[in-house]
Write a protein that binds this ligand. Structure first.
Ligand SMILES: [Zn+2]
Length: 58
């Protein structure tokens, strides 16, 4: 696996520290691809994520 900085699928920010992002960011799978949500967006959208895995909000 390449050490590629994750990009938040919600706000588009790039993880400043990939190794840290793998811990604090939320990883999901969308159409067979890894998608990332930063810690801030994870918090903001926690209800949406927990409620149902639906991509309509992004
Ligand atoms: Zn974000």
């Amino acid at each position: 696996m390449a050490d590629q900085a994750p990009v938040c699928a919600t706000c588009g920010t790039t993880a400043p520290d990939p190794s840290l992002a793998t811990i604090t960011w939320t990883r999901g799978t969308e159409n067979g691809r890894d998608t990332w949500t930063c810690d801030r967006c994870s918090r903001d959208h926690l209800r949406s994520i927990e409620g149902k895995l639906d991509s309509t909000w992004w």
